[in-house]
Design a protein around this ligand. Structure first.
Ligand code: FRU
Length: 329
Protein backbone atom coordinates (compact mmCIF):
# COMPACT_ATOMS: atom_id res chain seq x y z
CA UNK A 1 0.00 0.00 0.00
CA UNK A 2 1.50 3.39 0.95
CA UNK A 3 2.21 5.35 -2.21
CA UNK A 4 -0.13 3.20 -4.28
CA UNK A 5 -3.13 5.32 -3.32
CA UNK A 6 -5.91 4.43 -0.93
CA UNK A 7 -6.09 1.20 1.01
CA UNK A 8 -8.45 -1.10 -0.89
CA UNK A 9 -10.77 -3.13 1.30
CA UNK A 10 -13.08 -5.59 -0.46
CA UNK A 11 -16.12 -6.98 1.30
CA UNK A 12 -17.95 -10.03 -0.01
CA UNK A 13 -21.37 -9.89 1.63
CA UNK A 14 -23.57 -13.01 1.57
CA UNK A 15 -26.70 -11.04 0.61
CA UNK A 16 -28.27 -7.69 1.42
CA UNK A 17 -31.99 -8.39 1.48
CA UNK A 18 -32.37 -8.31 5.26
CA UNK A 19 -31.97 -5.49 7.77
CA UNK A 20 -29.24 -7.21 9.74
CA UNK A 21 -26.94 -7.29 6.69
CA UNK A 22 -27.98 -3.79 5.64
CA UNK A 23 -26.87 -2.63 9.06
CA UNK A 24 -23.59 -4.51 8.76
CA UNK A 25 -22.86 -2.83 5.41
CA UNK A 26 -23.82 0.56 6.74
CA UNK A 27 -21.54 0.35 9.76
CA UNK A 28 -18.65 -0.77 7.53
CA UNK A 29 -19.25 2.09 5.11
CA UNK A 30 -19.43 4.61 7.93
CA UNK A 31 -16.23 3.37 9.54
CA UNK A 32 -14.47 3.34 6.15
CA UNK A 33 -15.56 6.92 5.41
CA UNK A 34 -13.94 8.11 8.64
CA UNK A 35 -10.55 7.31 7.10
CA UNK A 36 -9.80 9.29 3.97
CA UNK A 37 -7.28 6.77 2.72
CA UNK A 38 -9.72 3.83 2.59
CA UNK A 39 -11.71 2.67 -0.43
CA UNK A 40 -14.31 0.06 0.46
CA UNK A 41 -15.89 -2.12 -2.24
CA UNK A 42 -18.94 -4.15 -1.23
CA UNK A 43 -19.97 -7.07 -3.45
CA UNK A 44 -23.37 -8.69 -2.83
CA UNK A 45 -23.41 -12.45 -3.49
CA UNK A 46 -27.23 -12.52 -3.39
CA UNK A 47 -27.27 -15.74 -1.39
CA UNK A 48 -25.61 -17.55 -4.31
CA UNK A 49 -22.50 -19.53 -3.36
CA UNK A 50 -21.12 -19.60 -6.92
CA UNK A 51 -21.46 -15.85 -7.18
CA UNK A 52 -19.74 -15.37 -3.84
CA UNK A 53 -16.77 -17.46 -4.99
CA UNK A 54 -16.44 -15.43 -8.19
CA UNK A 55 -16.90 -12.16 -6.27
CA UNK A 56 -13.94 -13.06 -4.07
CA UNK A 57 -11.91 -14.13 -7.08
CA UNK A 58 -12.51 -10.76 -8.69
CA UNK A 59 -11.40 -9.00 -5.50
CA UNK A 60 -8.20 -11.07 -5.58
CA UNK A 61 -7.60 -10.15 -9.23
CA UNK A 62 -8.29 -6.45 -8.75
CA UNK A 63 -5.44 -5.81 -6.35
CA UNK A 64 -7.49 -5.61 -3.17
CA UNK A 65 -5.30 -5.13 -0.10
CA UNK A 66 -7.50 -7.07 2.31
CA UNK A 67 -10.73 -9.03 1.93
CA UNK A 68 -13.61 -9.37 4.39
CA UNK A 69 -16.04 -12.25 3.80
CA UNK A 70 -19.33 -13.25 5.35
CA UNK A 71 -19.63 -16.72 3.79
CA UNK A 72 -23.09 -18.01 2.85
CA UNK A 73 -22.00 -21.54 3.73
CA UNK A 74 -18.76 -22.80 5.23
CA UNK A 75 -17.43 -25.58 3.06
CA UNK A 76 -17.86 -24.17 -0.46
CA UNK A 77 -16.09 -20.91 0.46
CA UNK A 78 -13.04 -22.49 2.09
CA UNK A 79 -10.87 -22.96 -1.00
CA UNK A 80 -11.20 -19.41 -2.33
CA UNK A 81 -10.35 -17.94 1.09
CA UNK A 82 -7.30 -20.18 1.23
CA UNK A 83 -6.33 -19.04 -2.26
CA UNK A 84 -6.51 -15.39 -1.24
CA UNK A 85 -4.40 -15.85 1.87
CA UNK A 86 -1.84 -17.83 -0.14
CA UNK A 87 -1.73 -15.00 -2.68
CA UNK A 88 -0.75 -12.65 0.16
CA UNK A 89 -4.15 -11.00 0.57
CA UNK A 90 -5.30 -11.38 4.18
CA UNK A 91 -8.92 -12.46 4.76
CA UNK A 92 -11.15 -11.52 7.67
CA UNK A 93 -14.10 -13.86 8.05
CA UNK A 94 -17.10 -12.22 9.67
CA UNK A 95 -20.25 -13.69 11.28
CA UNK A 96 -20.27 -17.00 9.40
CA UNK A 97 -17.16 -19.18 9.27
CA UNK A 98 -15.42 -21.23 6.57
CA UNK A 99 -14.60 -24.93 6.83
CA UNK A 100 -11.12 -24.56 8.34
CA UNK A 101 -8.83 -22.03 10.02
CA UNK A 102 -6.97 -20.82 6.96
CA UNK A 103 -8.39 -17.29 7.29
CA UNK A 104 -6.34 -14.45 8.80
CA UNK A 105 -8.88 -13.46 11.47
CA UNK A 106 -12.48 -14.14 12.48
CA UNK A 107 -14.82 -11.55 13.96
CA UNK A 108 -18.31 -12.16 15.30
CA UNK A 109 -20.25 -13.17 18.38
CA UNK A 110 -19.80 -16.70 19.68
CA UNK A 111 -22.74 -18.57 18.15
CA UNK A 112 -22.39 -21.52 20.51
CA UNK A 113 -22.91 -19.02 23.32
CA UNK A 114 -25.92 -17.57 21.46
CA UNK A 115 -27.51 -21.04 21.47
CA UNK A 116 -26.61 -21.60 25.11
CA UNK A 117 -28.18 -18.27 26.05
CA UNK A 118 -31.44 -19.35 24.44
CA UNK A 119 -31.23 -22.70 26.24
CA UNK A 120 -30.49 -21.12 29.61
CA UNK A 121 -33.39 -18.73 29.17
CA UNK A 122 -35.82 -21.62 28.79
CA UNK A 123 -34.10 -23.65 31.51
CA UNK A 124 -34.68 -20.82 33.98
CA UNK A 125 -38.38 -21.71 34.14
CA UNK A 126 -37.73 -25.41 34.89
CA UNK A 127 -38.27 -25.10 38.68
CA UNK A 128 -41.71 -23.52 38.16
CA UNK A 129 -42.92 -25.81 35.41
CA UNK A 130 -45.09 -28.89 35.87
CA UNK A 131 -44.02 -31.73 33.58
CA UNK A 132 -42.03 -31.61 30.36
CA UNK A 133 -41.22 -28.38 28.53
CA UNK A 134 -41.80 -29.14 24.88
CA UNK A 135 -39.64 -27.19 22.43
CA UNK A 136 -39.53 -26.77 18.65
CA UNK A 137 -36.24 -25.56 17.20
CA UNK A 138 -36.21 -23.74 13.85
CA UNK A 139 -32.69 -23.65 12.46
CA UNK A 140 -30.82 -21.44 10.02
CA UNK A 141 -29.46 -22.60 6.67
CA UNK A 142 -27.75 -25.99 6.77
CA UNK A 143 -24.02 -25.67 6.12
CA UNK A 144 -23.82 -22.11 7.44
CA UNK A 145 -21.86 -22.05 10.68
CA UNK A 146 -24.20 -20.03 12.94
CA UNK A 147 -26.98 -22.58 12.29
CA UNK A 148 -24.71 -25.42 13.37
CA UNK A 149 -23.24 -23.57 16.35
CA UNK A 150 -26.51 -22.11 17.67
CA UNK A 151 -28.02 -25.58 17.55
CA UNK A 152 -25.00 -27.11 19.26
CA UNK A 153 -25.00 -24.60 22.13
CA UNK A 154 -28.76 -24.89 22.53
CA UNK A 155 -28.70 -28.68 22.78
CA UNK A 156 -25.80 -28.60 25.24
CA UNK A 157 -28.08 -26.83 27.70
CA UNK A 158 -31.29 -28.69 26.81
CA UNK A 159 -29.54 -32.03 27.40
CA UNK A 160 -28.70 -31.06 30.96
CA UNK A 161 -32.35 -30.86 32.00
CA UNK A 162 -34.71 -33.83 32.24
CA UNK A 163 -37.68 -31.59 31.74
CA UNK A 164 -36.50 -29.96 28.51
CA UNK A 165 -37.34 -31.80 25.34
CA UNK A 166 -36.90 -30.80 21.69
CA UNK A 167 -39.98 -32.42 20.12
CA UNK A 168 -39.32 -31.24 16.57
CA UNK A 169 -36.59 -29.48 14.59
CA UNK A 170 -37.07 -27.65 11.31
CA UNK A 171 -34.31 -26.78 8.87
CA UNK A 172 -35.04 -23.22 7.83
CA UNK A 173 -32.79 -21.15 5.58
CA UNK A 174 -32.63 -17.91 7.64
CA UNK A 175 -35.54 -16.41 5.68
CA UNK A 176 -39.12 -16.21 6.89
CA UNK A 177 -40.51 -18.09 3.87
CA UNK A 178 -38.76 -21.28 4.92
CA UNK A 179 -40.71 -21.56 8.17
CA UNK A 180 -44.41 -21.59 7.37
CA UNK A 181 -45.14 -24.92 5.61
CA UNK A 182 -42.91 -27.11 7.82
CA UNK A 183 -44.21 -25.48 11.01
CA UNK A 184 -47.83 -25.99 9.93
CA UNK A 185 -47.00 -29.70 9.57
CA UNK A 186 -45.39 -29.83 13.01
CA UNK A 187 -48.39 -28.10 14.59
CA UNK A 188 -50.70 -30.75 13.10
CA UNK A 189 -48.77 -33.46 14.94
CA UNK A 190 -47.63 -31.79 18.15
CA UNK A 191 -50.59 -30.80 20.21
CA UNK A 192 -48.70 -29.02 22.95
CA UNK A 193 -45.66 -26.81 22.40
CA UNK A 194 -44.27 -24.56 25.11
CA UNK A 195 -41.37 -22.83 23.33
CA UNK A 196 -40.19 -22.21 19.80
CA UNK A 197 -36.53 -21.27 19.49
CA UNK A 198 -35.76 -19.75 16.08
CA UNK A 199 -32.21 -19.07 14.93
CA UNK A 200 -33.17 -15.53 13.98
CA UNK A 201 -35.95 -13.00 14.63
CA UNK A 202 -37.25 -12.97 11.04
CA UNK A 203 -38.02 -16.67 11.24
CA UNK A 204 -39.41 -16.21 14.77
CA UNK A 205 -41.92 -13.63 13.54
CA UNK A 206 -42.94 -16.02 10.78
CA UNK A 207 -43.37 -18.84 13.31
CA UNK A 208 -45.52 -16.57 15.49
CA UNK A 209 -47.71 -15.81 12.45
CA UNK A 210 -48.26 -19.53 11.86
CA UNK A 211 -49.21 -20.00 15.51
CA UNK A 212 -51.65 -17.13 15.20
CA UNK A 213 -53.37 -18.82 12.26
CA UNK A 214 -54.16 -21.55 14.79
CA UNK A 215 -55.04 -19.15 17.57
CA UNK A 216 -52.25 -20.52 19.78
CA UNK A 217 -49.76 -17.64 19.59
CA UNK A 218 -50.32 -16.79 23.25
CA UNK A 219 -49.76 -20.28 24.60
CA UNK A 220 -46.33 -20.63 22.96
CA UNK A 221 -43.28 -18.58 23.88
CA UNK A 222 -40.99 -17.51 21.05
CA UNK A 223 -37.26 -16.84 21.25
CA UNK A 224 -35.26 -15.35 18.39
CA UNK A 225 -31.77 -14.10 17.62
CA UNK A 226 -30.40 -10.75 16.32
CA UNK A 227 -32.19 -8.12 18.43
CA UNK A 228 -32.17 -5.41 15.78
CA UNK A 229 -33.40 -1.97 16.76
CA UNK A 230 -35.46 -1.51 13.58
CA UNK A 231 -39.06 -1.62 12.40
CA UNK A 232 -40.19 -5.19 13.17
CA UNK A 233 -36.73 -5.91 14.55
CA UNK A 234 -36.22 -8.15 17.57
CA UNK A 235 -36.33 -5.35 20.14
CA UNK A 236 -39.69 -4.11 18.91
CA UNK A 237 -41.00 -7.69 18.80
CA UNK A 238 -39.98 -8.16 22.43
CA UNK A 239 -41.61 -4.86 23.39
CA UNK A 240 -44.82 -5.91 21.64
CA UNK A 241 -44.81 -9.29 23.37
CA UNK A 242 -44.47 -11.25 20.12
CA UNK A 243 -41.11 -12.56 21.29
CA UNK A 244 -40.40 -13.60 24.85
CA UNK A 245 -36.73 -12.89 24.24
CA UNK A 246 -34.12 -12.37 21.55
CA UNK A 247 -30.41 -13.10 21.77
CA UNK A 248 -28.51 -10.01 20.69
CA UNK A 249 -26.19 -10.70 17.74
CA UNK A 250 -24.04 -7.69 16.77
CA UNK A 251 -23.01 -7.34 13.11
CA UNK A 252 -19.41 -6.34 13.82
CA UNK A 253 -19.30 -4.13 10.70
CA UNK A 254 -17.25 -1.22 12.04
CA UNK A 255 -15.02 -3.52 14.09
CA UNK A 256 -14.18 -5.45 10.91
CA UNK A 257 -12.93 -2.30 9.16
CA UNK A 258 -10.85 -1.31 12.19
CA UNK A 259 -9.40 -4.80 12.34
CA UNK A 260 -8.61 -4.72 8.60
CA UNK A 261 -6.63 -1.51 9.05
CA UNK A 262 -4.69 -2.95 11.98
CA UNK A 263 -3.83 -6.06 9.99
CA UNK A 264 -2.62 -3.93 7.07
CA UNK A 265 -0.45 -1.93 9.48
CA UNK A 266 1.06 -5.27 10.50
CA UNK A 267 -0.17 -4.86 14.09
CA UNK A 268 -0.15 -8.25 15.75
CA UNK A 269 -3.84 -9.15 16.22
CA UNK A 270 -5.43 -12.19 17.85
CA UNK A 271 -6.92 -14.64 15.35
CA UNK A 272 -10.41 -14.71 16.83
CA UNK A 273 -12.34 -11.59 17.87
CA UNK A 274 -15.45 -12.46 19.81
CA UNK A 275 -18.16 -9.81 20.11
CA UNK A 276 -20.55 -9.75 23.06
CA UNK A 277 -23.97 -11.30 23.01
CA UNK A 278 -26.71 -10.98 25.61
CA UNK A 279 -30.34 -11.85 26.24
CA UNK A 280 -32.91 -9.13 25.54
CA UNK A 281 -36.33 -9.61 27.12
CA UNK A 282 -39.07 -7.44 28.62
CA UNK A 283 -36.77 -6.53 31.52
CA UNK A 284 -34.11 -4.76 29.45
CA UNK A 285 -35.67 -4.14 26.01
CA UNK A 286 -36.37 -0.45 26.74
CA UNK A 287 -32.85 0.18 28.00
CA UNK A 288 -31.36 -1.59 24.99
CA UNK A 289 -33.55 0.45 22.67
CA UNK A 290 -32.51 3.71 24.33
CA UNK A 291 -28.84 2.83 24.04
CA UNK A 292 -29.12 1.71 20.42
CA UNK A 293 -31.18 4.83 19.55
CA UNK A 294 -28.36 6.90 20.96
CA UNK A 295 -25.80 5.09 18.81
CA UNK A 296 -28.04 5.57 15.75
CA UNK A 297 -28.24 9.30 16.43
CA UNK A 298 -24.47 9.52 16.81
CA UNK A 299 -24.04 7.67 13.52
CA UNK A 300 -26.48 9.99 11.80
CA UNK A 301 -24.63 13.00 13.14
CA UNK A 302 -21.29 11.66 11.94
CA UNK A 303 -22.81 11.03 8.52
CA UNK A 304 -24.15 14.58 8.50
CA UNK A 305 -20.75 16.01 9.40
CA UNK A 306 -19.03 13.93 6.71
CA UNK A 307 -21.56 15.22 4.20
CA UNK A 308 -20.88 18.82 5.26
CA UNK A 309 -17.14 18.21 5.01
CA UNK A 310 -17.36 16.92 1.48
CA UNK A 311 -19.53 19.89 0.48
CA UNK A 312 -16.87 22.20 1.92
CA UNK A 313 -14.18 20.33 0.06
CA UNK A 314 -16.11 20.72 -3.18
CA UNK A 315 -16.57 24.44 -2.61
CA UNK A 316 -12.90 24.78 -1.82
CA UNK A 317 -11.93 22.86 -4.96
CA UNK A 318 -14.10 25.11 -7.15
CA UNK A 319 -12.60 28.22 -5.58
CA UNK A 320 -9.07 26.94 -5.93
CA UNK A 321 -9.86 26.25 -9.56
CA UNK A 322 -11.22 29.74 -10.03
CA UNK A 323 -8.11 31.24 -8.51
CA UNK A 324 -5.99 29.14 -10.84
CA UNK A 325 -7.92 30.39 -13.85
CA UNK A 326 -7.79 34.05 -12.67
CA UNK A 327 -4.07 33.99 -11.97
CA UNK A 328 -3.48 32.43 -15.36
CA UNK A 329 -4.76 35.57 -17.08
C1 FRU B 1 -28.78 -12.24 8.31
C2 FRU B 1 -28.76 -13.47 9.18
C3 FRU B 1 -29.09 -13.09 10.59
C4 FRU B 1 -28.40 -14.17 11.32
C5 FRU B 1 -27.14 -14.27 10.55
C6 FRU B 1 -26.45 -15.57 10.67
O1 FRU B 1 -28.63 -12.56 6.95
O2 FRU B 1 -29.65 -14.43 8.68
O3 FRU B 1 -30.45 -13.02 10.83
O4 FRU B 1 -28.22 -13.90 12.66
O5 FRU B 1 -27.49 -14.02 9.22
O6 FRU B 1 -25.33 -15.62 9.87
Amino acid sequence: TGDKGPVKIGFSQAMTTDDWRKQMNKSMQLEASLHDDVALTVLDARDDVEKQISDIESLIRNGTDIIIVSPIQSRPLTAVVEKSVKAGIPVIVIDRKIGNESYTAYIGADNIEVGRNAGRYIASVVPHHEGKIRIVEIKGLKGSSPAYERSLGFSQIVNRFEKLEIVAAIDGDWESGSVKAPLRDVLKQEKKIDYIFCHNDRMALSAWEVARENGIENSIKFIGVDGLNTENGGIQLVQEGVLQATIFYPTGGNEAIKLALRILKKDPVPKNHLLNTTVIDAVNADIMKNQLDKIDRQQASIEHQLQKLSEQEEKYATQANLIKILTFF
